[in-house]
Design a protein around this ligand. Structure first.
Ligand code: PLP
Length: 409
C-alpha cells in the first residue's frame, strides 16, 4: 500500500487561474459576441527574437549531423550559456560568479518550487503578502506551512506589502529561517531601491536567514538606481539564492529556460550546527532529478546575449513597457489608483469604492469585457486590488483603456 504525502491534501482545491478561467468561460457562453481583452495571466504575446529563432534553427541542424549531435548535456547547463549569463548579467554589474555557481534549468517556477528539496521540513517561512503562489504551495507540499486558517497558513509569516506601507515591507516580527523576496514584484509591480534591499540582506546576515530572491522580471527595470540582482548588495552571496528566468526577459514562457545562482559562500546548517554549502546540495539534487535543459533551447537562450539579440529583446521589453505606460496613464485618467508598471510589466490597481477584488473582477468582465486577476488570489493583503498585465498586444491595450474611460468617466 502506497501512502501518500498528505500535505498535498491541504492544498486548496482550485488554483486562482482556473477559477478565473471558469468565470471567463461562463461569460463567453452567455455573451458569445462580446470581445474579451485578457489582461490577467502573466504570459507574453510577442514572438521570440529573430536572433533566438536563427540560433535555434542552427541548433536543430546541429542535431541532424553526427559531428554536432548533442545527447545528454551537463545537468547544470552548457558552458556557452553559463559563460554568457555570468558575463552579461553579473560581471557587467560588478558581481563575480564562478560557472559552478550557475545552474541552468527549465525555468524559475521549477527551481523556486524544487529548492525546498535541500532544506528541512521544519524551517519557518516568510513571504511577502501578496505573493507569487508557488512559494507558498511548494512549502505546503513539504509540510512547512501548518494549517490554513482564515486564508493564512499558521506557520507562514506574512509580510504585508500595501498602500499603507507604500509597498515597502517591514522586517518580520517573528523569526523566519527562509524568506522569499520577489523584485520587481509579481503581483504588485513594485521594486526595492538598493538601500531597501540592503536592509534585507543585513537582516539576513545578522539572523542567519536564507533569502530566496526571485528576479524573474529584472529585465523590466528602467530606473538605473534599482538593483537587478541581490548580489549587487555586499554580503548577499552569503545569504541569498537568486532565481532568474528567460520567460519574461525573452519570451521563453513556451520554450522553457531559466537559471538559479547558488553561491559557494552560502551555507545551510545541520541540526548539530555544522555548516554545509548549499551549492553542493543543489548540484546533487539537480544531477539526480534533472537531466538538463535541451541543447536547442540553451542555444536559443545564448542568442539573447549577442548584440542583435540584446537589441531585439530590448525592443520587445520596450513594447510591453509602452503598454504599461499607456495603461498607467489610462487608469489614472479614469481616477483609479494604481501602483507598479514603471519597472515591471504588472499594474496593481486599487479597486474603486472599496469593492472586493472579485467584485471588481466581475464588474470589469461583465461591464467592459476586460479580464484582470483578483489581488486577493495572491494573499490576504491583495484584497481590494486587481492585477493587470502589460503583456497584451498594443491595439488591445489601447482598446481596453478606451473602454475603461467610457465606462468610468
Ligand atoms: N517567478 C515569478 C515571480 C513569476 O511571476 C513567474 C511566472 O509567472 C515565474 C517565477 C516562473 O517563471 P518560469 O516561466 O521561468 O517558470
Amino acid at each position: 500500500m502506497a501512502l501518500i504525502n498528505e500535505h498535498f491534501l491541504k492544498l486548496q482545491n482550485s488554483y486562482l487561474f482556473s477559477d478565473i478561467a471558469k468565470k471567463v468561460n461562463s461569460f463567453k457562453v452567455t455573451h458569445p459576441k462580446d470581445k474579451i481583452i485578457r489582461m490577467g495571466i502573466g504570459d507574453v504575446t510577442q514572438p521570440l527574437a529573430p536572433a533566438v529563432i536563427t540560433a535555434m534553427h542552427k541548433a536543430v541542424d546541429d542535431m541532424a549531423t553526427t559531428e554536432n549531435f548533442h545527447g545528454y548535456g551537463p545537468e547544470q547547463g552548457y558552458s556557452f550559456l553559463i559563460d554568457a549569463i555570468i558575463k552579461n548579467d553579473y560581471t557587467s554589474r560588478g558581481v563575480f560568479l564562478e560557472p559552478s555557481e550557475v545552474f541552468v534549468s527549465d525555468g524559475a517556477k521549477s527551481d523556486c518550487g524544487n529548492i525546498g528539496d535541500i532544506l528541512r521540513h521544519d524551517n519557518s517561512i516568510g513571504v511577502l503578502d501578496p505573493v507569487y503562489p508557488v512559494y507558498i504551495d511548494s512549502n505546503v507540499m513539504s509540510g512547512r506551512t501548518g494549517v490554513l486558517e482564515d486564508g493564512k497558513w499558521s506557520d507562514v509569516v506574512y509580510i504585508p506589502c500595501t498602500e499603507e506601507n507604500n509597498f515597502t515591507p517591514e522586517l518580520p516580527s517573528r523569526r523566519v529561517d527562509i524568506l522569499y523576496l520577489c523584485y520587481p514584484n509579481n503581483p504588485t509591480g513594485t521594486t526595492l531601491t538598493k538601500d531597501e534591499l540592503k536592509k534585507w540582506v543585513n537582516y539576513a546576515l545578522a539572523n542567519d536567514v536564507l533569502i530566496m530572491y526571485d528576479s524573474a522580471y529584472e529585465a523590466y527595470i528602467q530606473d538605473p538606481n534599482i538593483p537587478h540582482s541581490i548580489y549587487e548588495i555586499k554580503g548577499a552571496k552569503k545569504v541569498a539564492i537568486e532565481f532568474r528566468s528567460f520567460s519574461k526577459t525573452a519570451g521563453f514562457t513556451g520554450v522553457r529556460c531559466g537559471y538559479t545562482v547558488v553561491s559557494k559562500e552560502l551555507n545551510g546548517f545541520t541540526l548539530g550546527g555544522e555548516r554545509v554549502q548549499l551549492n553542493k546540495l543543489w548540484n546533487r539534487r539537480q544531477t539526480t532529478k534533472f537531466n538538463g535543459t535541451s541543447y536547442v533551447t540553451q542555444r536559443g537562450a545564448e542568442a539573447i546575449y549577442t548584440p542583435e539579440g540584446k537589441e531585439q529583446v530590448k525592443a520587445t521589453i520596450n513594447y510591453y513597457m509602452t503598454n504599461a505606460r499607456i495603461m498607467k496613464e489610462g487608469l489614472q485618467a479614469c481616477g483609479l489608483k494604481m501602483y507598479g508598471g514603471e519597472n515591471a510589466p504588472y499594474l496593481w490597481v486599487k479597486t474603486p469604492k472599496g469593492l472586493t477584488s472579485w467584485k471588481f473582477f466581475d464588474k470589469l468582465l461583465y461591464e467592459v469585457n476586460i479580464v484582470g486577476t483578483p489581488g486577493v488570489g495572491f494573499g490576504p493583503s491583495g484584497e481590494g486590488y486587481l492585477r493587470l498585465t502589460a503583456f497584451g498586444d498594443r491595439d488591445d491595450t489601447l482598446e481596453a483603456m478606451a473602454r475603461l474611460k467610457k465606462w468610468l468617466l
